[in-house]
Write a protein that binds this ligand. Structure first.
Ligand SMILES: [Zn+2]
Length: 398
């Protein structure tokens, strides 16, 4: 889970850790799917779009390529994925918040079905929260339905903002318990810091109040940070007592505070469509200093986090350089065979099997048969190709 700053660059940084791997990038709108696909393609990534606005033939072709070729990244609306059973999806990235935790669970569940390491990544910010809340309020659904939708969104946001092990929180939402922290999610790998943000929350809340509860977070952050924009001068917000009282905290951290105040129910998004933030009743005790408020410190952005995410996706035992070189050769061979026979690559062998072949280096069919995922039929059909590849690699190395 990362706070959105410059989403496309953040996605590219994330994808650096998944070069040549298959994955799914989910976006909320068709326009964003097209836009994101273009960005990835411009970076030389084999990205293909998928959404309901495309003609059926192109859509089917993209889906087929995703299933059959190695390393295709599909950029899609949630229309994509039903009935997709591709075992070697190495990552699922969300450029926008999904609509519910159930949706998130289902979408991320498409990664790592072969049991190999896979990564789920989600990028979101206050704007996403505001947008989804407005979509619910502005919809035609009845009051009861809207309440249900809001509750679903709140569950999802609670998960996003959690400081506990994600896996434990996720499973507990579905009535299961996971006894120990998983040691594999972002909060386990980099336990988030919390801090006493009572004073900062008071500043943020009174800034919203003093500006008439008519403004969104970006203007409020400008006021708190003592900004000198035309809008601030026009509105005479530089004359307010809250102008410039938050200069010691950077804008990113302030946006995180506002997001958490909204998610925590101290501020609500006005249904006016402009994202204005209004105080709720829950804000009173904080403003009066009757309760303390602990918030989560925003994790460091981009570059610093990349290392952690790369670490998270490493397999339990990384291959040594020679084995990795062979593994890449085997993958290339698999891609070639898949093309010739017009079948998806994973139908031939899973990555886990190729990795084991690269480590064990079987010299004959008996040895190859001892590797997980190599049954009699596959042995007969593909055995000799892979044994030859191992021999060749050993020959080259000698
Ligand atoms: Zn965990």
């Amino acid at each position: 889970m990362v706070q959105k700053a410059s989403a496309k660059q953040q996605l590219l940084d994330f994808l650096e850790g998944h070069e040549g791997e298959a994955g799914i990038v989910y976006c909320l709108s068709r326009r964003k799917v097209d836009d994101t696909t273009a960005t990835l393609q411009a970076q030389g990534i084999k990205a293909l779009a998928y959404h309901a606005g495309m003609d059926g033939e192109t859509r089917a072709r993209h889906q087929r390529r995703f299933l059959r070729e190695d390393g295709v990244v599909i950029v899609a609306t949630i229309a994509f994925g039903m009935g997709i059973d591709k075992p070697d999806v190495r990552f699922v990235a969300h450029m926008d918040l999904p609509k519910s935790l159930e949706g998130y669970y289902q979408e991320t569940g498409r990664a790592g079905r072969d049991g190999e390491p896979a990564e789920a990544w989600l990028c979101y910010g206050l704007q996403d929260v505001v947008l989804l809340k407005q979509m619910i309020d502005g919809g035609d659904a009845g009051e009861e339905r809207k309440r249900v939708e809001h509750r679903k969104l709140d569950t999802l946001l609670g998960y996003c903002e959690s400081t506990r092990c994600r896996r434990q929180v996720l499973l507990s939402c579905f009535g299961e318990t996971y006894p120990e922290p998983c040691g594999n999610c972002d909060t386990c790998l980099e336990p988030p810091e919390t801090w006493d943000a009572t004073v900062e929350a008071q500043k943020a809340l009174s800034c919203a109040y003093r500006t008439g509860q008519r403004f969104g977070a970006s203007h409020l952050v400008d006021v708190l940070r003592g900004g000198n924009t035309e809008r601030i001068r026009e509105l005479r917000h530089d004359k307010l007592s809250t102008w410039g009282i938050g200069e010691d905290i950077d804008a990113r951290q302030w946006r995180g505070i506002f997001r958490q105040l909204v998610v925590g129910g101290l501020l609500e998004v006005d249904a006016d469509g402009y994202g204005s933030l209004r105080l709720t009743q829950a804000a009173g005790p904080v403003l009066r200093g009757e309760v303390r408020l602990e918030l989560r410190r925003e994790p460091k952005p981009l570059r610093d986090r990349k290392r952690a995410s790369a670490r998270a996706t490493q397999s339990a035992s990384p291959l040594c350089p020679e084995d990795d070189a062979l593994f890449q050769r085997l993958r290339a061979l698999r891609a070639e065979l898949a093309r010739d026979q017009n079948v998806p690559a994973y139908v031939i062998f899973h990555d886990a099997t190729l990795r084991q072949i690269a480590e064990v280096r079987p010299r004959n069919e008996t040895e190859l048969a001892g590797i997980g995922g190599v049954g009699a039929t596959k042995l007969e059909r593909y055995g000799e190709f892979f044994i030859d590849a191992v021999r060749e690699a050993d020959f080259d190395a000698a």
